[in-house]
Design a protein around this ligand. Structure first.
Ligand code: NAD
Length: 362
C-alpha cells in the first residue's frame, strides 16, 4: 500500500497539493499581530453543536468566543462548556450590536439556508468576516447580495465547503487538472443519506430545504472539482418515495451535466438513499473515491493501483484554521463566496430543468 501511494504521489505531485494549505506552514511564515480570531457561531443546531464547537477547540488560529441563538435554554450549557462570556451571547434581535464587540472577528452562519443571506449581510454590516455554511443560499440573487455586502464592508466571505480543505479531495482535483490519464469522458458522482425526519427545515421549501441544496451540492462539487470545469448545460429529474413528507421539496434529484471539454457527469442526491462516491472515467484509466464527501475517511484508488488516502485529523478544524490564516494575512480564501455562487448557479438550472423537463443552459 505504501509503495502504491508513493507511486501516486510521485506521479501526480500530490505532496505539493496537500501541504500547500497546511496552516502551520503558512502561519509560521506569515505571523501577524492577532494570534487567534474570535468566532461567533450563529445557530446552535446539529452542525454547530456536534462538529464545529469541538473542531474550534482543535484550531490554532480560532477561538470560540460567541454564540447567537434563539434558544435561551442552550445558553448556560454553551457558556459552561466553552467558557463564553455573558457579553458575547446574542439573540437574533440584538445580533447587530455584535458590531461593537472586539472579541468577535468572524461570524459563522450555521442556520437553515434561507437565513444565510440575512445573517451574512447583517454580519458584514457589523464589520465582521463571515463564514457561511453550504448551500450558500437558495438563489443566485441572494448569493450575489451576500458577496456584495461583504465586498462593500471590506470583510471576507468563506463558504463552509470543508471537503475542499481535505488533501484527499485536493488530490483528485489535481488529477483533474493535470489529466495523467487523458481526457475525462464521464463522471459519476453521488451524495445522499436517509433522513427519517418529517418536520425539519430540510423538508421545507421556505427554509431552503431539499436534497439538492443539502447533499446535491456535494455531488455537484464532485463533478466540478474532478473536471476543473463549469457545466454549460444540465438535465435533471426529481422524484419522491415519501410524498407526504416531501410535498414541498425533492427527496431525490438526478442530474446530468455537460462540460465545455465534452466531459459528461451523471449525478444524484437523495434524502431517501445513502450514497457517497465519485467515479471518473478518463481516456486511459479511471479514478474512484468512496466516500467522496465524508467528515473523515475520504479515499480513492486509480486504475494503475495508486491510492489516495491521506490522513486528516479534523476537516472542520483545518477549514477554519486555513480560513483564519487567510483573514489574518489578508490573503485569498480557499473557498470564497464566488465558489458558493458557482454551485447555486448550477443548482438553479437543475431545478429549472426538473420543472420544465428539458435541458437548460447554465
Ligand atoms: P439544524 O436544524 O440542526 O440547526 C439549525 C439551527 O438553526 C437550529 O439551532 C435552529 O434552532 C436554528 N434556527 C433558527 N431559526 C430557525 C428556523 N426558522 N427554522 C429552523 N431552524 C432555525 O441544522 P444543521 O444540520 O445544523 O444545519 C445548519 C446549516 O449547516 C445548514 O446550512 C446545513 O446545510 C449546514 N451543514 C453543513 C454541514 C457540512 O458538512 N458542511 C453539515 C451539516 C449541516
Amino acid at each position: 500500500m505504501k509503495t502504491q501511494r508513493r507511486n501516486f504521489i510521485q506521479k501526480a505531485g500530490i505532496i505539493a497539493a496537500s501541504t500547500a494549505f497546511l496552516p502551520n506552514a503558512l502561519w509560521s511564515a506569515t505571523r501577524r499581530k492577532k494570534e487567534k480570531l474570535g468566532v461567533a457561531l450563529v445557530g446552535l443546531g446539529y452542525y454547530s453543536t456536534d462538529l464545529l464547537a469541538s473542531a474550534l477547540q482543535l484550531t490554532q488560529h480560532c477561538a470560540l468566543k460567541g454564540i447567537v441563538t434563539g434558544s435561551p435554554e442552550k445558553i448556560p450549557v454553551w457558556q459552561q462548556k466553552y467558557g463564553i462570556a455573558d457579553k458575547n451571547v446574542y439573540d437574533y434581535k440584538n445580533f447587530d450590536s455584535i458590531a461593537n464587540n472586539p472579541d468577535i472577528d468572524v461570524v459563522y452562519v450555521v442556520l437553515p439556508p434561507s437565513m444565510h443571506a440575512e445573517y451574512t449581510i447583517r454580519a458584514a454590516k457589523a464589520g465582521k468576516h463571515v463564514w457561511c455554511e453550504k448551500p450558500m443560499a437558495p438563489s443566485v440573487a441572494a448569493c450575489q447580495s451576500m458577496i456584495k455586502a461583504c465586498d462593500s464592508n471590506k470583510v471576507k466571505l468563506a463558504i463552509g465547503y470543508r471537503c475542499q480543505h481535505d488533501p484527499n479531495i485536493q488530490a483528485y482535483m489535481k488529477v483533474g487538472r493535470e489529466r495523467p490519464f487523458g481526457k475525462i469522458l464521464m463522471v459519476n458522482s453521488a451524495a445522499g443519506y436517509f433522513d427519517g425526519r418529517t418536520d425539519h427545515w430540510k423538508q421545507s421549501k421556505a427554509l431552503g430545504g431539499g436534497a439538492m441544496g443539502d447533499m446535491g451540492v456535494y455531488a455537484l462539487q464532485g463533478a466540478r472539482l474532478a473536471t476543473g470545469e463549469e457545466p454549460i448545460s444540465v438535465l435533471a429529474q426529481s422524484y419522491t418515495t415519501r410524498p407526504k413528507v416531501y410535498d414541498e421539496v425533492e427527496e431525490t434529484m438526478m442530474f446530468q451535466l455537460e462540460f465545455p471539454s465534452g466531459a459528461r457527469a451523471a449525478c444524484q442526491t437523495s434524502f431517501g438513499i445513502p450514497m457517497n462516491y465519485l467515479k471518473i472515467s478518463y481516456e486511459k484509466g479511471w479514478l474512484q473515491m468512496e466516500p467522496q464527501s465524508a467528515y473523515s475517511g475520504n479515499k480513492g484508488v486509480m486504475s494503475d493501483g495508486a491510492l489516495i488516502d491521506y490522513p486528516i485529523e479534523n476537516q472542520q478544524a483545518k477549514q477554519m484554521d486555513e480560513d483564519a490564516v487567510a483573514i489574518l494575512n489578508n490573503k485569498d480564501l480557499l473557498v470564497p463566496g464566488q465558489e458558493g455562487l458557482r454551485d447555486i448557479r448550477v443548482v438553479e438550472a437543475i431545478y429549472k430543468s426538473a420543472e420544465k423537463n428539458c435541458a437548460i443552459n447554465v
